[in-house]
Structure formats: C-alpha cells, structure tokens
Design a protein around this ligand. Sequence first.
Ligand code: ATP
Ligand code: MG
Length: 430
Amino acid sequence: MRIAVNDVTPETKRATIIGWVHEIRDLGGLAFLLIRDRTGIIQVTIPKKKISAEVLSVFKEISRESVVRIEGEVKEIEKAPGGRELIPSSIEIISKSESPLPLDVVEKVSAELDTRFDNRFLDVRRPRVSSVFKIRSCILHTVEDSLYKKGFTQITTSKIVGSATEGGTELFPIAYFEKEAFLNQSPQLYKQMMMAAGLEKVLEIGPIFRAEEHNTTKHLNEATSIDVEVSFADHFEVMKLLEDLIVEIYEEVAVSCTAELASLEINNLKIPVAPFPRLTYEEAIGIASGKLAEGANYGDDISTSAERAIGEEIGCHYFIVDWPTSIRPYYAMPYEDRPSVCKAFDLMHPRMELSSGAERVHDYDQLVHQIKEKGLNPDSFSYYLSAFRYGMPPHAGWGLGTERLVATMLGLQNVREAVLFPRDRHRLVP
Ligand code: ATP
Ligand code: MG
C-alpha cells in the first residue's frame, strides 16, 4: 500500500511511496533520489554496492519528473530532510518523463510567465506555485463557509446572456443558434432579480467575461467574481460585511496555510484591521491631484496611476465612497438630498481596486429613468425591469475579484499568476 511521503517517519519500518523524481544525485558509489508528492519530499539513498543489480538497472533509467514507485526500508538519519531516508528494495518507473523538461521544476530563478503558462502542469508542480492555488482554494472555501453560516444562498446564474449588464464595449459576442448572445460581464442583474425572488441574501462565485483589450497586470478576460447581494441592507451594511469577510479570509489563510505561506516566503501575513479607512471620492481625487503630474479631476474615473498614488498615501485596505452618480452604473442609488452623488463604494488595496458595490435603486420608475440617463434603452432590460414591478425590496451588494484578492494578499506581480489558465488577448491556449 502506498503511503504519503510526509507520513513516512523515522519510526516507519517499511514503506512504499509513489511520487515524482524531484532530483537525482549520483556521487559514484552512492546515489540519491529526492521523491516528491503532494505532501512533501523524501530522500531515497542508494548505496550501489549493497543494492540489487535489478534496482540499479532501473535507477539508471530514471529521468527527473518521472513518476516512480519505490518500496524499501526506512532508516533514521539526521542529515536528511524529515530525519529519515528510504533504502530501496524495488523501484518501478510508472511513467517516464521526457528530457529535457520544458520548464525546470526545481529551478530557483523563476521562468518567464509565458513559459510557465504554456507548461502550467509543470509549473504547478513547484511548491511556491501550488501554494498560490491552495491558498486560493482556502479563500473561496472561507467565503462560502462564512456566508453560508450567515444565511446566504449560493446561486449559479447563466453566463450566456442576451444583453449586456451595462451596455458598453467590454462584451464577448458568441454565436447562439440564430441569435446574438454574449458571455456575461457580471451576474449583477441576476443577483438583483433574486432579491425580488425573496432569497434575501445571495452569493455567487463564478466566471465573469470582459473584453478588456489592454494588457495590464490587473485585468483578465475571464476572471472569477465573488458576488453578494443583500435585501433590506444599505451600502454601509454590505461594506461592513465585505471588510469583515476580508479580515476573516486573511485570518483563516494565516492559520490554515502556514506551509503554503512559508513556501511563498511570507513569514508574517499582515492581517488588515477593520473598520477600513473611508475616503470620499472627492478626498481621493484631492490626494491624486496633489501627487500626480497630470493631476486628477472631479468626475474622472480613478486612473491606475491615481489608484497607486492614493494607495501609497493610505497604505492599507480602504474604501472610496460617495461617487459621482455620472460615473457609476444606472443601478447605483443616488443620495436623496444630493442626487449627483451616489451610495456606491470601491474597496481598495493600496495596489488596486478589489471590489465595487452600492446600494441599488429598487424603484421601477427611478430605475427606468436612470437607464435612459445613461443613454441605454429600457426595452433591452425588460426581463430585469419586470422584477422591479411586483415588490422589490431595497437592497445592496458588491462584486469582489478573486484573482485580485489572491494577488494582493500574496504579493503576486500579475493577476494572471492567480489563475491556472489565464485568458488574455494573446492567450487562448492551454
Ligand atoms: P477596473 O476599473 O479596475 O478595471 P471595474 O471597475 O471595471 O475594474 P467592476 O465592474 O467594478 O470592475 O468589477 C468588480 C470587481 O471584479 C473589480 O473590483 C475586480 O476585482 C474584479 N474585476 C473586474 N474586471 C476584472 C478583470 N478584467 N480582471 C480581473 N478582475 C476583474
Ligand atoms: Mg469597479
């Protein structure tokens, strides 16, 4: 029976392990194999004179990254990792790896991103890369678990849609029989419709598709959005939900992913402290205009350079609130006494935007009016608008980008590193 590498202790007498050949060291009379599986690495020591001719002849055939099965005697030895080694009585090559490898699995200097993505299955064999995806898994699990306990219903809405969420050009058209259809940019309209359905608190974790043309380190064409919508809540309530969730995620990763953090050389994951500072949009623009040569004007979107300048100044997670209604989507709720400003917010990491949210418009007439104000045709939203005609509760929500959350937490330079198979303008394979 196979046992996991980390379960082999100095007390284990005999063991059969199956794993990848991490390294081969042949010192003449003595040879070593390092065998790796999901749990760790073990040293296999081959004293050539004391080992059978059969084992030796298989050993000579072994190439790095082959999958091998090794049975043998376990010996306590101080110098080897884990304080034990395996002396083989039999070796079998289960799947031989070709040489040379397109990507060096043990190499210390990291390869180019393109080489890594072209050979992602090899790339992920590296502990520091698999750690990113184990931490990502922990994050998504924490989100589901935390919100499930708070009474949220996890939903899955269609990604093939007949119209855009917000109009605009960021859409991928697809051929859908004889009709025109698109890949959905966001579950926004569907999660709002579930407020009319009475679910009250919904969570969706799913892909969003954006035809972003430009190559940036924070944009993907297919990203994973964590979407939340809550009935009878205002924007302040869902901001609190969001900041508490971010803190909980960091705390959970710090406790549950110690080995993964260590392999990423993160010794002390800094846990954000809630409540996060809140800047008004006007204050944020003020900071940016003071720090940027090109300035920043009220009414502009917050540019990437403005985002960085403000982030440098604040130095921790923060919210930007009270946005001009003119630059937020039609479904954001304007302040009653100041309709040019709306109850929208962005959650920011000092490096980039992580989430956008708002209290939503729930009144049918007001929503139709705001759709028209944006130059859009309410007729193309009739399926959405009808949900506002038969009893729609007030509601608020947000969308949080998983890859940006992972990349900012782990200090990854490019959000692509937080996706197994990133999609961008130049990458459709693998
Ligand atoms: P940005 O202005 O940074 O391009 P956005 O405001 O267009 O983002 P939203 O529509 O507000 O994005 O989406 C909510 C969240 O989803 C964003 O804050 C981000 O974390 C994530 N997100 C949106 N688009 C992308 C993308 N193309 N790649 C990666 N993450 C994205
Ligand atoms: Mg946004």
